[in-house]
Design a protein around this ligand. Structure first.
Ligand SMILES: NC(=O)c1ccc[n+]([C@@H]2O[C@H](COP(=O)([O-])OP(=O)(O)OC[C@H]3O[C@@H](n4cnc5c(N)ncnc54)[C@H](OP(=O)(O)O)[C@@H]3O)[C@@H](O)[C@H]2O)c1
Length: 370
């Protein structure tokens, strides 16, 4: 799978040249960047060449793809892995299979697919991808859910499952709780009977945001300032202190959140939205023996791409991609996991979508309609 991912990244070397090979009709279009920089300045909508459909390849018509912070960081050139340039932006999305190569048996025309790896370049109308870089999604999964499924809900699912053994009634605390990941954490935790304490930044329309997160299943929503207040004790009269903290921010937000973690609890850092380091008081290590961990979905996928799934003691195969995706599909079907609050934007309005995706306090993910 690692080789497939590398091939996919190379596949993203999509030059704005004469069209075609796979399929017919007008050339596909996509959001291409030829150099790193601020996305609205360096990203351009261009005609793309589609590679020849190889025996193990799949020709996909993309339907929708979100703009995530990692996509922005890739274009800025600050992300941990960067595709060769020029590259098509976008790592998540959903598409429909148009045609498949001779050796492809797991997919057929009409199937819905999402990326199984990072770096596919999903902001395009059509593309040819190696079959191993795609996952099939049942057609009853709504398009906005499928388009936003392969990164954020998977990250939320893994962080809730892999670091602490949580039982119904236990609690989790997280910052940036209104992020795509945060909304998925609230819903997946709720479906498992786990209580959530959700930290957001203060804003003019805070009551509206609190109401929205409570409607998703949040048990408590507090601002970063409230984390320091004695009233926090009231929360812990009805629920236990969290065994797990999920950190998407860094800086002061993280230090304050850590104060509420149970002794021997774990804080998992998965994002750094404040672009500031994590500061941990010495006392948290000495007197509470807290554990600090990190999580990266791309690494988890690489680690779980090959070999037999590891069965847990209860015999459940929760560690495989298939079982994780099945669990997420079930949650979606039962109405327990929805797409993040979003704004759907036609592809030609991509500049506004890129700008809006970088604005603070918007609480709405931009989804490009392709
Ligand atoms: N490690 C992994 O595998 C993994 C997987 C998925 C995502 N991530 C990371 O998780 C983060 C969130 O991704 P997403 O797609 O869920 O994001 P998103 O939906 O775009 O939400 C961004 C969140 O960040 C908050 N935020 C923005 N600037 C901030 C700042 N300076 N200080 C504090 N909070 C700030 C926003 O809050 P406001 O409303 O207050 O602006 C919002 O809650 C990103 O850093 C992303 O790269 C990591």
């Amino acid at each position: 799978m690692q080789r497939a991912a590398a091939r996919a990244l190379r596949g993203a070397r999509t030059l704005p040249v004469r069209a075609r090979s796979a399929g017919t009709g007008p050339p596909p279009r996509g959001l291409l960047y030829e150099r790193h920089g601020e996305p609205p300045a360096v990203v351009q909508l261009k005609d793309l060449e589609v590679a020849e459909l190889g025996d193990s390849d799949v020709h996909v018509k993309m339907l929708a793809a979100p703009i995530n912070p990692a996509d922005i960081n890739m274009i800025q050139g600050t992300y941990a892995t960067l595709p060769p340039l020029p590259a098509v932006g976008g790592n998540e999305g959903v598409g429909e299979v148009l045609e498949v190569g001779r050796r492809v048996t797991a997919l057929k025309p009409g199937d819905r697919v999402i990326p199984a790896v990072n770096g596919l370049g999903t902001w395009r109308t059509r593309g040819v991808f190696p079959q191993e870089t795609l996952l099939k999604v049942p057609s009853d999964i709504p398009v906005p859910c499928a388009a936003t499924l392969s990164v954020n809900p998977c990250t939320a699912f893994r962080m809730l499952a892999d670091f602490e053994s949580l039982a119904p009634g236990d609690s989790v605390i997280q910052n940036a709780a209104n992020s795509g990941v945060g909304q998925a954490v609230i819903q997946i935790a709720k479906a498992s009977g786990i209580k959530t304490i959700n930290v957001v930044r203060d804003r003019a329309d805070l009551p509206k945001l609190v109401e929205r997160l409570m409607a998703l299943g949040a048990d408590h929503v507090v601002t970063e300032e409230m984390l320091r207040k004695p009233e926090m004790k009231d929360i812990f009269k009805s629920i236990p202190k969290p065994r797990l903290a999920l950190n998407c921010v860094g800086g002061k937000s993280t230090t304050e959140m850590l104060r509420h973690l149970q002794p021997k609890g774990t804080m998992v850092t998965y994002g750094g939205m404040a672009k500031q380091p994590v500061m941990v008081p010495v006392s948290a290590f000495i007197f509470r023996d807290v554990r600090l961990r990190g999580f990266w979905m791309s690494q988890w996928r690489k680690d779980h791409a090959q070999g037999e799934p590891r069965l847990r003691r209860d015999g459940m195969d929760r560690d495989s991609v298939t079982s994780m995706m099945d669990a997420l599909f079930q949650l979606i079907r039962r109405g327990q996991l929805s797409a993040p609050a979003c704004t759907q934007v036609p592809l030609q309005d991509y500049k506004a979508a890129l700008e809006n995706s970088m604005k603070p306090f918007t609480s709405s993910k931009q989804i490009l309609l392709l």
